[in-house]
Design a protein around this ligand. Sequence first.
Ligand code: B12
Ligand code: SF4
Ligand code: SF4
Length: 386
Amino acid sequence: MDRTTKMITAALPSLESLVKAQAYGLGFDLVGIARLGPAETAAAFDAWLAEGYAGEMTPWLERGAEKRRDFRRPVAGVLSAVVVAMSYGGREPAGPVARYARGVDYHDVMAERLRALHDGVRERVGRDVAGKAYVDTGPILERDLARRAGLGWFGKSTMLVNPTLGSFFFLGALLLDLELEPDAPFEADRCGTCTRCLDACPTGAFVAPRTLDATRCVSYLTIEARGGIPEALRDGVGDRIYGCDVCQDVCPYNRKFSIELFEDSPYAPRAALAGKDARSLALSLLSMSQAEFSASFKGSPMKRAKLRGLRRNASVVLGNVGAPDDIPALVAVLADDEPLVRGHAAWALGRIGSPAALQPLRERLSSEDDPGVAGELRSALAALGG
Ligand code: B12
Ligand code: SF4
Ligand code: SF4
């Protein structure tokens, strides 16, 4: 190489910096590169599963457990990952739906952008590069990979926290059959002596710093659990209909560094949610038809819980923050096709505590053939002294 060629080569931006520039251009807020290998927290993951902390999620998490041990296993030949984070704000007021779920489903938004990034890599390298994009869509310990790519540390809340963005962001990764120069992993633990997230959790879901018993977490109870919400935890659900932001809201890094949603952000609240408090959203979910639900929540992550799950949650929320005016809406769903909904509505009527619910509860009990629901109806009647 002569001297001029050497100078030109030195001045050319590296492939890594071009890929990162494209990722920022696509709207990602943090980008890092990791070299793939064994997952450092695989043992923590296995122990967590073995303790039963994954609840109903155990079967699908276990299915991928082997692949989760090493980031090279999910896709043959992959060597590096471009790991991205995309903010979903954090400055908007807390509400009945966790901030991440108010707009368009992040899986769709980020997967499309990661595919565009993959195309960009192919163009820059000048050949096909095998790889795959992941956004919570496969057996990958995404927080582990993100820490390895330098994006942040494992907060005591288990969230990946970044020192200048907080934790209100999604993670995604593009695994590539390409050698890329990795970034330095994030080694520091910036939580220090803080324990705000652990202290604020409304259901006491943290077994220890960085270990979450998901079966107690409001996010799991309102999104992932398909069955009933245990009675002892319903109070802790409070006014949250879908997901929970409490452990993030109290984090000093979010208080200082979370950002405003930009105009036209895909994560801005959809019309069906905008301006609704917990009671009004709960009432609208109880009265909505399946067709109305499908139309109002098209492309929303909230569809994961299905209308039956959201009605279960809405009933619990009305039991916590409702008033006698909400009794007719709850009485109407005592006749819901789903025993899950009938049982939680009965509980809510018992909690609201008005004698106006006595007669409808007695009538329902006389025709109820599901033993679980009958038990909830009897408890509600007992709570009302009837
Ligand atoms: C299962 C799951 C859940 C479960 C369990 C959560 C949990 N903490 O495990 C439930 C349904 C409760 C849940 C809730 C939420 N989730 Co979730 N969830 C996942 C999923 C699919 C797998 C996580 C997992 O493997 N958990 C198993 C446990 C053992 O792992 P972990 O808690 O992540 O812990 C890691 C490290 O902390 C470390 N570790 C654990 N213990 C210890 C101990 C020590 C001493 C050390 C050093 C390390 C260490 O090892 C673990 C494995 O890498 C990921 C996507 C993915 N594929 O990774 C999204 C993911 C973690 N969730 C996400 C989000 C946004 C949420 C919610 C905020 C949604 C909401 N608002 O309701 C809440 C947050 C609750 C919380 N505090 O975690 C984001 C988190 C982004 C971020 N900044 O961290 C992810 C990455 C999805 C995404 N692609 O963006 N989630
Ligand atoms: S999301 Fe809510 S319930 Fe779950 S650990 Fe955080 S504060 Fe607790
Ligand atoms: S609230 Fe405190 S302990 Fe929890 S993640 Fe944030 S800094 Fe760490």
